[in-house]
Design a protein around this ligand. Structure first.
Ligand SMILES: Nc1ncnc2c1ncn2[C@@H]1O[C@H](COP(=O)(O)OP(=O)(O)O)[C@@H](O)[C@H]1O
Ligand SMILES: O=C(OP(=O)(O)O)[C@H](O)COP(=O)(O)O
Length: 403
């Protein structure tokens, strides 16, 4: 994999450099609640701009449905990038259309532009190679060189991640190079006990990684929205909690395999439940109860792991030599459901092992809840990406940067 340092030594002055970043930051309306992913790509953008490149930054944000949707505009992220760079950042109101073409044509050497959300275009995420390729062709017309630095999206076989680098000279940015450097160590010589904690809301995406993790980790702790498919597979009522019904047979098999192979699979023993999802805008006090995991009322949903589960999970982490954690343990954006995530972050800090936190929301949670990120071994900008990397999978966005 060629890195940006090679590109810089070859010279980039006057060249249009397309930087595929992951600026998928958490938003409250148009307010960015954590800018960690924007900060993470700054070294790459700064180095290119200082070397006189015309830098075109692109990213997805959220999961819009292949058409423009103002709620998912990258405009706030572009503005924040400008503040962090201390320079004007031009913003194109489309991704490859008239606005993008005019903005890129008007870029002076050393200046930076951001184009609108890649996922406003159906071609970006299409499963059809030709449709993705056609969109990649349009992206390629905007640039002379490609720099891949959106680590959080390298597990996606999307046009800007997979097809575009094949069309341009391509290099890995500093963020991707750094992330791979750290995560590689976890695949080569992992110190045991190795504990993996999973939570969050992208249940269907992340359940699949458990298949591989069962052969790698010594203990698997399952909280957050992931837990309810496991509790259901054990025959418990989970009410209106997040549930991946079609994965229950697979999860039942994971539970059996864990027992046979001696992997400790640890599920919540109690949860905080409510009849309604909390108001994340007003953060008005929630009306919740703490119930045992096998006593979730039919009209309620689990929104955090309970106090007994927090203690249980922490006890499984204390003696760990390696801990990898992805996915908040509850709806941490609301103070009444942040306790499980806070307890898990604290347990990582209390363990003597090497700790890695991965994921846009998990990393944001650690910072928003007031933890000092320098105390963790590594905070990865990718959740799904780091999990799939640890599984040993070939990631489309990394494979595309090779050769
Ligand atoms: N029990 C739960 N029910 C619904 N959502 C949950 C639950 N626990 C956690 N979440 C949500 O999961 C989201 C983060 O999930 P995910 O995107 O998978 O994590 P990451 O970005 O760290 O990979 C948070 O917004 C949080 O509110
Ligand atoms: O937030 C992200 O992933 P993560 O939640 O697994 O960290 C990335 O920006 C990828 O987004 P996607 O899962 O909508 O493809």
């Amino acid at each position: 994999m060629k890195t940006i340092d090679e590109l810089l030594s070859e010279g980039v002055a006057g060249k249009r450099v397309f930087v595929r970043a992951d600026l998928n930051v958490p938003l409250d309306g148009t307010t960015i609640t954590d800018d960690g992913r924007i900060r993470a790509v700054l070294p790459t953008v700064k180095a290119l701009a200082e070397a006189g490149a015309r830098v075109v930054v692109a990213s997805h944000l959220g999961r819009p449905k292949g058409a423009p949707d103002p709620a998912f505009s990258l405009a706030p992220a572009a503005a924040r990038l400008g503040e962090l760079l201390g320079a004007d950042v031009a913003f194109a109101t489309d991704t490859v259309g008239d606005s993008a073409q005019a903005v890129v044509a008007g870029l002076a050497d050393g200046r930076v532009a951001v184009v609108e959300n890649l996922r406003f275009n159906a071609g970006e995420t299409s499963k059809d190679d030709a449709e993705r390729g056609a969109f990649a062709d349009r992206l390629a017309a905007l640039a002379d060189v490609y720099v891949g630095d959106g680590f959080g999206a390298v597990h996606r076989k999307h046009a800007s991640v997979f097809d575009l680098p094949a069309r341009l000279p391509h290099y890995a940015g500093y963020l991707i190079a750094g992330e791979v450097g750290v995560l590689k160590k976890l695949t080569e010589d992992v110190r045991r006990p190795y504990v993996v904690a999973l939570g969050g809301a992208k249940v269907s995406d992340k359940l699949a990684v458990i298949d591989q993790l069962l052969g790698k980790a010594d203990r698997l702790l399952i909280g957050g929205g992931m837990a309810y498919t496991f509790l259901k597979a054990k025959g418990y009522e989970v009410g209106i909690s997040l549930l991946q019904e079609d994965q229950i047979p697979a999860v039942t098999e994971y539970i059996e395999r864990a027992e046979k192979s001696g992997v400790e699979l640890v599920l919540p023993v109690d949860v905080l439940v409510s009849t309604e999802f909390p108001d994340l805008k007003t953060k008005a006090p929630a009306d919740f109860e703490n119930v045992d995991a096998d006593k979730i009322p039919a009209d309620m949903e689990g929104l955090d792991i309970g106090p007994k589960s927090r203690e249980l999970f922490a006890s499984k982490i204390t003696d760990a030599e390696t801990v990898f954690w992805n996915g908040p343990m509850g709806v941490f954006e609301h103070p009444d459901y942040a306790g499980g995530t806070t307890a898990l972050a604290q347990a990582l800090l209390d363990s003597k092992g090497f700790t890695v936190v991965g994921g846009g929301d998990s990393a944001a949670a650690v910072r928003i809840l007031g933890f000092d990120e320098s105390k963790f071994g590594h905070i990865s900008t990718g959740g799904g990406a780091s999990l799939e990397y640890l599984e040993g999978k070939t990631l489309p966005g990394l494979a595309a940067l090779e050769d």
